[in-house]
Write a protein that binds this ligand. Structure first.
Ligand code: FE2
Length: 287
């Protein structure tokens, strides 16, 4: 089997065809996909409709799957559900329901699970039901953003450690976690500059959950984090994915950021299933 690879932007992302990722993959076929992933950061597989078991089987090839936090409707399972449809009743969730407010956090640029002690390698998102318009997902490369920094800035960033906090990012969109939820997700610290162990390429671990730079005054740290976010999202290529049912995307949470965009949740249905793979290679800060 030979993969057909088409770039999605000038700096990152690849559309992959010529492979069936719904059925079990041969080792060398997955190795080829993994190699493209390490370099391109976002993989788009069109027309690969999969059920939950097939998605778990494909995702598991990348590494161990996370269990979703209890704030998500699919909490405790390997799935994070991004949907305006009630998981129990199949009906649309009212717009003023806290579950919809919770999802507003996805409109901020972020990488998944940077607030966890063991962060994420990648996420897999499959489109089960999509609205006729709206609801696209946008991506940028924080590896491209790092490459574009001048040498002085790269030296400044090299040894910095950042605290990532889920309660902080959700507060920014007006969603208050309960004390139990906060206790479940204590803030985590990670190096600002991440190094891909396969390619040696560096990237920035930033985004909505990044709260402060350890050892810096809070406002100075947030100013730098904001500046880096602007550089990554406004000065670099953006890939905007307009979903079709059956699409599957894989993105590298070490080297990309993404955000959801709005759709008419009062009129249309949208069901997306995400699986999230832990990054077992990272050397993370423990205190
Ligand atoms: Fe996300």
């Amino acid at each position: 089997m030979s993969l057909n690879i088409k770039p999605l932007t000038s700096t990152f992302g690849a559309e992959i065809t010529g492979v069936d990722i719904v059925s079990p993959l041969a080792d060398d076929d997955f190795a080829a996909i993994r190699s493209v992933f390490e370099v391109h950061g976002v993989l788009y597989f069109p027309d690969q409709p999969m059920d939950d078991d097939q998605q778990v089987a494909f995702s598991d090839l990348f590494g161990p799957l996370e269990r979703t936090v209890s704030t998500n409707p699919a909490g405790g399972s390997p799935f994070a559900r991004q949907s305006n449809i009630d998981i129990e009743t199949g009906e649309r969730i009212p717009l003023d329901d806290p579950r919809m407010a919770y999802q507003k956090g996805n409109y901020l640029w972020h990488a998944d699970s940077t607030f966890k002690t063991v962060p994420s390698l990648c996420s897999v998102l499959s489109a089960r039901e999509v609205p006729p318009d709206g609801g696209a997902t946008e991506f940028v490369s924080t590896a491209a953003a790092y490459d574009a920094l001048d040498d002085e800035m790269k030296v400044t960033l090299e040894d910095l450690v950042v605290e990532h906090d889920f309660a902080y990012s959700r507060q920014r969109t007006g969603f208050q976690l309960t004390d139990t939820q906060i206790a479940e997700l204590p803030a985590a610290r990670h190096r600002l500059v991440r190094v891909n162990p396969e390619t040696g390429r560096k990237s920035l671990m930033i985004g909505a959950h990044a709260k402060e730079i350890i050892g810096w005054p809070l406002d100075k740290g947030q100013a730098l984090l904001d500046d880096l976010l602007v550089r990554a999202t406004e000065n670099q290529a953006v890939y905007r994915h307009a979903w079709r049912t059956g699409d599957v995307l894989v993105w590298d949470n070490r080297a990309t950021l993404h955000r959801a965009t709005v759709f008419d949740a009062a009129r249309h249905r949208r069901i997306m299933q995400r699986t999230t793979v832990s990054d077992m290679d990272v050397e993370y800060e423990t205190n």
